[in-house]
Design a protein around this ligand. Structure first.
Ligand SMILES: Nc1ncnc2c1ncn2[C@@H]1O[C@H](COP(=O)(O)OP(=O)(O)O)[C@@H](O)[C@H]1O
Ligand SMILES: Nc1ccn([C@@H]2O[C@H](COP(=O)(O)O)[C@@H](O)[C@H]2O)c(=O)n1
Length: 218
């Protein structure tokens, strides 16, 4: 990507396990086939949880990971601005078992399209202002919980009891307080999760349109 060409940022928010990652992955694969894999990237807000390496494990498990204060949104905004200006970043990597950033980072170069996905993205005006289009995954909470139990036990090293306790203590209350109200900032609200074929096609069309617009300007 040249330093002068515009980068298109699509924000994807919604409850935990609502299908944000799956939706981003589907759009990524299909847009990659059209414009090339090096032209599109996915950034997960989860990589921007605050570093907690200076805290004990006992302290880390007490963090409320569904509250906006658990996120380093300032770093995320800084990285989005750098990528848009044509500069590569060192993206933090996150461990759900260690509850903190990994010591390693991922080198990420600028791309023409960024798919940005995460639960709390729309709660922050500075992040919203970086987006060209915003999508909210409107999956019923009972379906999200069932998917989260399966995923967290299978992929994030959790026990059923801890997933349920965390759900009642923070995940559901913070969804009601912060995430659900942030739906008002979405351009498009998508039901039925990450496999919604028509929604994927609509977003692909919008990306093509935004890319064509940015090419006309340069
Ligand atoms: N429409 C769907 N049908 C079946 N499973 C789905 C659907 N959408 C998401 N999933 C599954 O639910 C789980 C959570 O989805 P994911 O995309 O990781 O959610 P999020 O990124 O919002 O936390 C994953 O295992 C994913 O494969
Ligand atoms: N150490 C952590 C960090 C985050 N979480 C949970 O992850 C959810 C957000 O990620 P999704 O992929 O599900 O959108 C969020 O609800 C946090 O509760 C965690 O459990 N542990």
């Amino acid at each position: 990507m040249s330093k002068s060409s515009k980068c298109v940022v699509i924000g994807i928010a919604g409850a935990s396990a609502s299908g944000k990652s799956l939706f981003a992955k589907s759009v990524y694969q299909e847009v990659s086939d059209e414009i090339g894999a090096g032209c599109i990237s996915v950034i997960s807000e989860d990589c921007y949880y605050k570093d907690q390496s200076n805290m004990s494990m006992a302290q880390r498990v007490r963090t409320n990971y569904d509250h906006p204060q658990s996120m380093d949104h300032a770093l995320l905004v800084e990285h989005l601005k750098l990528l848009k200006s044509g500069t590569a970043i060192e993206m933090p990597q996150y461990s759900y078992t260690e509850h903190t950033r990994l010591p390693t980072t991922k080198h990420l170069g600028p791309t023409r399209v960024i798919l940005l996905e995460g639960i709390l993205l729309f709660t922050d005006e500075a992040i919203r202002s970086q987006m060209d289009a915003s999508i909210f995954m409107d999956t019923p909470l009972d379906i999200c919980l069932a998917r989260r139990i399966e995923r967290d036990v299978r992929e994030r090293g959790r026990k059923l009891e801890s997933v349920l306790a965390q759900y009642h203590l923070t995940v559901r209350p913070m969804f009601k307080q912060f995430i659900e109200p942030s739906k008002q900032y979405a351009d498009v609200i998508i039901p039925r999760g990450g496999k919604n074929r028509i929604a994927i096609d609509i977003i692909k069309t919008r990306i093509r349109h935004l890319l064509a617009q940015s090419e006309e300007k340069h």
